[in-house]
Every structure is written in C-alpha cells, then in structure tokens.
Design a protein around this ligand. Structure first.
Ligand code: MOS
Length: 751
C-alpha cells in the first residue's frame, strides 16, 4: 500500500505559483467593458418596520444607472441554506444592523457610494432583542413568525438519572463562548454578466451550486439560465457559505443587462457575514472511582442572531459531538437556539464543535483531578475505540485513531515540552494542557453527495471537472493527486476545472471538512470508470485478465509478470483507432441515516477524524498575557493525500484556535458590532506562530479515497481547550469563558 506514486507526496499545489506571483484572478480583479459598480444601502438600525424607500433623488444623480429595491425582485425574496428566512432586500421588516435595503448601480464606485446618501428610508423602530433571555421571555416581540425559538432539540442515550446515582464523582460547570469572525483575507466580491440569455456570476464563494439555486429562485429563472463560477477565493472558513454579493449583482444585470461588480468593504463584510455562535453550555459529567465515565448531561443555549443561516446544523453537530471523543453510555442533552436582533451567526470552522470541546475537555480535567488521575489516563480510559458506541449509538467499525493520537502526542510532548518553571521570573508561570476532539466528516445525518467528470485525452493527459470549490485549502491539488494515482498518469498532466456550474457537476459545499472524503471519492470513481476502459483494451493487448493489470508510471503491466507491459499511450492509440472515448463520471454520498426526531439516535456520519493536542503556555500573571510556546498536534486524517498540505492545515488551525482561545475579542453593543476591521479585531499572524509539531496518524478509512478522511476543521478544534487546561495547569485558576483577554486573566488571577 505504501508504494504510491503521488498519494502522500508533497506535490506542487496546483494554485501555488499563480497565487504567489499575483496572477490569480480574484473576483475583484475581473472586469468587463461597460461594467457598472454596485453598492448596497444597509440598515443603520437593528429592528424596525420598513415603511418606505424613496430612491428618486438617488436615481437623478448623474452616473447612477439604477436603484433597485425589493419591488424589483421578480422571484422569491428569501434566501438561506437551511431555512429561507433572509430577504435579499428587505420589503417589510429590518431585523439587524446591515440588512440590505437597496442596490445602487452606477458608472463608478464613487458615484454609487454617493447615491446611497440620497436614498430616503422611512422606518419605525422596534424594541431590540439582544439576549437569549429576552428572546425567550414570554410575550417578547417575535423576530420571525410567532416564536423566537429557531431550534429545540434533545439527544437521549441510555438512562442518565439512574447512571448519575452510580457515579462516585460528578463535576458540574457552565462554559461560555463569544462571537468570532472568520477574517478571511479577501472580503466578498462578485461580478455578473449577461450574454446569450445566460446570466453568469463570478463570485468569492464556498458553494457555487448552492448560489446558482438561490440566484435562479430570486430571479424566477431556471437553474440552467444561471451560471455561477467560483472566482479564486481568498479563504472562507464557513463565512462564504451564505449568499453575499451573488444575488445583488445578479439582480442588477438581470434588469440592466450590463456587467456589474460589487466588492464589500472590510467593515461591510464584518457586519453582515455570519459569525461563530455564542454558546452557553451547562455540563454535568459523572464517573465511577476507576475513572470510567458513566453519565453526561448538558444544556446548550445558542444565539443565531437575526437569521437561521447554518444554525440548525450547528445545533445537531454540536450535540452529537458534545461528549468529546469518549464513549459515554448515558447521555441527555437539550439545546435551544434562538433568534435575536444580534449579528447573524452561522457556519464557522467546526460548526459548534470548537464550542463544545471547550466544555468537554475541561470536564475531563475536572474529573481527573477529583479522581486523582492524570488528564492523559482519563482520556485513554474513555477514548472511543473500534466497536465503541457513540453518543448516537453508532457503532464505530474502523478508523478510530483517537488513542493513537493521544499516544503519539504524549510521546512527542515528552520529547519537546519541558514545562520548566525554574528559570522564570516569578510573575510568569508555565503549564501544559491536553485537548482532544472527534469530528464527523460531511453534513450531520443528511445526504451530501458530490460528483465529478473526467476525460483522458489522446496524449495521456487528463481533464477533471469537479464541482468542489478550492478556497485555498488545496482540494484542486488533492483531486488531481487522486486521479493521477488511480490512472497511473503523471500528476503534472492532470488538470482540473472546478466549481463552475456551467461546466462542472455539483460538488456540494466546501464545508464540514468533507471535500477530500466526498469529492475525493467522486473523482476516484470517475477515474475508475475511465480506468475500466483502459483495462479492457490492455486485457486484449497484454493477453491477461484485467484483474491482474496494474496502471502505473504511464504503463499497464501484469502483476504476475512486470515485463508483460504496454504504455498507456499505446492503449490510448488503440482506443482512438477503435473510436473509443476514455471518460469517467462518479458521485459519492456518505452512508448515513437521518437522526431520530426525539432522541437524535442514528448514524450521522460515515466516518470521523480524531485529534489530540498538547499545548504549553506561559502566563504572565501580572499583565495577563498568555503566550503559547509549543503545540504538539496529532491528527488522525485516515490518509494524508498531501502531507505538506495536511501540516499546513494543522498549523493554520493552531493559529486560528489560539485566536479563539486568547486573542479575538469581538464586541457587540446593543446588537451593533463594534469591532469591524483588523485594527480592533486582532488575529494572530505568522509572526505569532509558536513551535508547532504536527503529527500525522493514518488510521485508514476503508470507505475513503486511499483511506483519507479530512483535517480542515479538526485542526482548529483542540487548540482552545488545550490552552484553557494549560492555563489551569500553570496557575491553578480555571477559566470557563473564551477568549482569555488580558483583562479577564488579570481580574481572575488577582481577585
Ligand atoms: Mo466550514 S464551517 O464547514 O466552511
């Protein structure tokens, strides 16, 4: 199995050179002759009845081509991935700061901006709901329909009440997390053009096929009349899953038939793109005297803000993962997610799992302390293994590498982390903490297929057409590696066209750490179909059964006699002579079930990734500064298709996780976001990188392409909980809220 040509190798990233040389075309770089510029008029209040919009003065401004409002939407004025509850342009009610009220298109960006000030909006303000408590209060104003409850779910496994009676130790605590922002480097941008009856939109997006459906529905067009092309995308992390510029540029071009461009400012992007859901998590966990966890109970409260976005997905994923990667026989979890007038929360790297991991990993350490066990031993004792039953009573059949990540991480930590307090100034203290995680690959208990086409050309090169959007994580490279290995052709000769609804089949969202596993499988199946065609010809030419034939190094040969071989070029020549096309198509949908409506039991994911981080921190007890010194990060990814890119994901995830744990401090006051750019919403950069030791564990997933699972979100998840446990280890003070800002740390350490 290990003699792969391309799988597991650090091949050159397909988009590497164009990006570092500045040649890659982001949406804002795309221009057409006669192109207009759009700007959006956004609400400056959080909750109001919209009575009238007067656009007449703005329309008269020279250079303004049109000012469009909800009245100009020919189809459905509602978008949303799960629940269509967000207006493209508000027609009756404003629900948050930044709600879109009108689109201006003008000859220049400056004129469009100027026109915004000439639009007169008449509205009547409503009381603003800014807390979960207010949203749930009886008789509270309703933001949508007749309840502010967006989701109310229970997960029930076993008998929790009985099990707690048998526990020797029980720990209870409430944990809180704040909003967090993705801070992708490229703000949202989109360009639309109308030609030969087809509306084409180039956009910065994680899911062009979803965008196509939303735009078509809004315009009342068939999906075949709308083409969405993913422009080179400068990061997403979940924040480019919701629709942004696509509908606005689509609407202008639909009416005016001229190309139009819309680029969000950083502040606009920050205000309207989704944020990580703030959570309140009340946990109770009990174990017997040997450290075996018998029961866990939790109650989650979550704020979705003004719209649903990915909220329901965050609810279910968070609940399923609430145990952490441990086998717990008795569980009861209740979750309530509400609408408020706060900023919209949605998808963000981990979908609720980074939040619950902050709770479950500290519960583990609390239990260990009470039992006089080490944090390591209690994790090993309870870790999921092959044959374990998860929180949803899914029996794990294979690829369960959590124990191996614990072992490997510990081994490395013992080698590189010394946790030496001796030579430190007395105000500084060092400590080490562990964070573990598990993460289901793909959507939770929902179908989420992806597909791919490919053609092997007459010269041994290949073009792959796959819907999967590469937003920088490297899926284009991974798909080409998978195809190259399957067909025995050179990686350099495999090209991919991706994420263009006009030429590629649907790949679903680049989300949920799913593309290597799901689109990877689709590409592999497409390559296997083409391989069948090659093998049939090879069978005749080599005079052996095709089951014996191996395709490698551009040759076909018998596995019994390597000298009985023929070049793939000769096979292709033979195909050409016979008029045979070497094509492939494939799709893959992970094998899951829906979850029971009452108990959430079932098979939500076909496979899970696992990870363990050991983190060393240094706490300045005087200033409150927490420095992350070293991170050992062991990840069970099934199989690393590209080792360097897996390590890159781990390193990026570590920095983002440090931000979540310590630095990123998003401020919302009376439903208005106060931190709108990099000057007051700080993130860690390359200069802040601690020593990171990525360890790749490969517990092969039999249903994955070459055994692969995923790593995108897992890389982030164990970081913050490990930091919190390390800070406790250093100071003896336990923090239950993130981020650990200087003020919070100083206050609590010196109370
Ligand atoms: Mo991610 S939150 O699956 O883009």
């Amino acid at each position: 199995m290990s003699d792969f040509n391309v799988i597991g190798k650090n091949v050159e990233k397909k988009d590497g050179i164009p990006k570092v040389t500045g040649k890659a075309l982001f949406a804002r770089d795309i221009s057409f002759e006669g192109m207009l510029y759009a700007k959006i008029l956004r609400s400056k209040v959080a909750h109001a009845i919209l009575k009238n919009i007067d656009t007449s003065k703005a329309e008269k401004l020279p250079g303004v081509v049109c000012v469009l409002t909800s009245k100009d939407i020919p189809g459905k004025n509602r978008v949303g991935i799960i629940i269509k509850d967000e207006p493209v342009l508000v027609e009756d009610k404003i629900r948050r700061f930044g709600d879109a009220l009108a689109v201006v298109a003008a000859e220049t960006e400056e004129i469009a901006e100027e026109a915004l000030d000439l639009i007169e909006v008449d509205y009547q303000e409503l009381p603003v709901i800014t807390t979960i408590d207010e949203a749930l209060k009886e008789g509270s104003l309703k933001i949508h329909g007749d309840t502010n409850i967006l989701e109310n779910k229970s997960l029930i496994k076993g008998d929790v009440d009985e099990a707690f009676k048998k526990c020797d130790v029980i720990v209870e605590k409430t944990y809180k997390t704040n909003y967090f922002a993705h801070m992708f480097i490229e703000p949202e941008a989109g360009v639309a053009k109308y030609e030969n009856g087809i509306l084409t939109i180039w956009a910065s997006t994680q899911n062009p096929h979803f965008d196509r459906g939303e735009v078509a529905r809004m315009l009342g067009l068939s999906q075949s009349k709308v083409r969405v092309v993913q422009a080179v995308t400068g990061g997403g992390f979940g924040g480019k899953l919701d629709i942004s510029t696509q509908c606005f540029v689509g609407l202008v071009t639909y009416h005016i038939k001229r190309p139009v461009k819309l680029v969000y400012t950083r502040e606009e992007s920050m205000e309207v793109s989704s944020k990580r859901h703030p959570h309140v998590m009340k946990y109770k966990t009990g174990a017997d005297k040997n450290g075996k966890i018998l029961a866990m109970e939790a109650e989650f409260l979550q704020d979705s803000g003004a719209y649903a976005s990915y909220g329901p997905a965050v609810v279910t994923r968070g609940m399923v993962h609430a145990t952490g990667p441990y086998e717990i026989p008795n569980i009861r979890i209740k979750t309530t997610m509400v609408y408020t007038n706060n900023p919209m929360a949605g998808a963000f790297r981990g979908f609720g799992v980074p939040q619950v991991s902050i709770a479950h990993e500290q519960q583990m350490d609390l239990l260990a302390e009470k039992l006089n066990m080490s944090p390591y031993d209690i994790r090993i004792k309870n870790a999921l293994r092959v044959g374990s039953y998860t929180s949803t009573m899914q029996k794990l059949e294979g690829s369960v590498g959590i124990v191996e990540t614990l072992e490997k991480a510990k081994e490395k930590a013992e080698e590189v982390i010394f946790n030496n307090n001796k030579d430190l100034e007395c105000i500084k203290k060092r400590g080490v903490g562990i964070g573990c995680m598990w993460y289901g690959i793909g959507n939770t208990g929902l179908p989420n297929p992806a597909s791919a086409f490919l053609e092997v050309h007459k010269d041994c090169s290949v073009t792959v057409l796959a819907g999967c959007a590469d937003i920088g994580q490297g899926s284009n490279t991974v798909m080409c590696q998978i195809v190259s290995e399957t067909l025995g052709l050179d990686y350099e000769d495999v090209n991919i066209v991706s994420a263009d609804t006009g030429s590629t089949p649907d790949g679903g969202a680049t989300s949920a750490s799913r593309q290597t596993y799901i689109s990877g499988n689709a590409c592999k199946k497409a390559a296997e179909m083409a391989k069948e065609t090659l093998l049939k010809i090879a069978e005749e030419l080599l005079n052996v059964d095709k089951s014996e034939i191996i395709l490698k190094n551009k040759k076909a040969y018998s596995n019994k006699d390597e000298n009985n071989s023929i070049t793939i070029q000769k096979i292709l020549n033979n195909c050409a002579a016979k008029g045979i096309m070497v094509l492939g198509c494939g799709y893959f949908n992970p094998d899951t079930t829906s979850l029971d409506a009452e108990t959430m039991q079932g098979i939500p994911f076909a496979t899970y990734a696992f990870a363990t981080h050991f983190i060393e921190v240094e706490v300045n007890t005087y200033t409150g500064e927490i420095k992350v010194l070293k991170i050992v990060a062991a990840h069970d990814v099934g199989k690393a298709i590209n080792r360097r890119m897996v390590e890159g994901q781990i390193e990026g995830g570590c920095l983002m996780g440090m931000g979540l744990g310590i630095l990123e401090d998003l401020k919302v006051e009376n439903a208005k976001m106060k931190t709108l750019n990099f000057s007051n919403y700080l993130i860690y950069t390359a200069k802040d990188t601690p020593e990171i030791y990525p360890i790749i564990v490969e517990s092969e997933e039999k249903t994955g392409p070459f055994g692969a699972k995923g790593v995108g979100e897992p890389a982030l998840i164990p970081v913050a909980p490990a930091i919190l446990n390390a800070v406790y280890n250093a100071t003896g003070v336990r923090f239950t809220e993130v981020p650990l800002t200087l003020e919070k740390v100083v206050e609590k350490l010196n109370y």
